[in-house]
Write a protein that binds this ligand. Structure first.
Ligand code: THU
Length: 135
């Protein structure tokens, strides 16, 4: 799967974001090692703290369907669903990625469907607290 195709799916997912409080819409598209794609959007809540990010929606959808091995994730977001810059996942989502993914897991940060950068989890969350630490 080309990065560009995954980014396009992240943009499509962004339009389903439920973000009536922040109005900041985020979309994610996750590719599994088995070749499946799981998309996600942020889902806010009137009580605020139950809000879940787009990346975790995608990851949890995948894990709940038996997928725990991932290749890469594309993410985009912006106020009103109009990104103005590259989107970088929050710390909590990086930590959830570190539960399942190695340092070479690719995070595609998109600004537009044609303008994106590729980072790796190891650079975004160095010295991660990973499952191996508590074995
Ligand atoms: N958000 C995400 O979906 N992913 C992130 O990595 C950071 C933030 C969402 C949560 C909230 O609905 C909105 O963006 C503003 O913080």
């Amino acid at each position: 799967m080309e990065n560009k195709e995954l980014v396009k799916k992240a943009f499509e997912a962004m339009f389903n974001a439920y973000a009536p409080y922040s109005e900041y819409k985020v979309g994610a598209a996750l590719l599994t090692k088995s070749g499946r794609i799981f998309t996600g959007c942020n889902i806010e809540n009137a009580a605020y703290s139950p809000t879940v990010c787009a990346e975790r929606t995608a990851l949890f959808k995948a894990v709940s369907e038996g997928e725990t091995a991932f290749v890469k994730i594309a993410v985009c977001g912006g106020k009103g669903g109009k990104p103005t810059d590259y989107f970088y996942p929050c710390g909590v989502c990086r930590q959830v990625m570190a539960e399942f993914c190695a340092a070479d897991f690719e995070i595609i940060t998109a600004k537009t469907p044609d303008d994106f950068q590729v980072c790796v989890l190891g650079d975004m969350l160095p010295f991660a607290f990973s499952p191996e630490k508590i074995k």
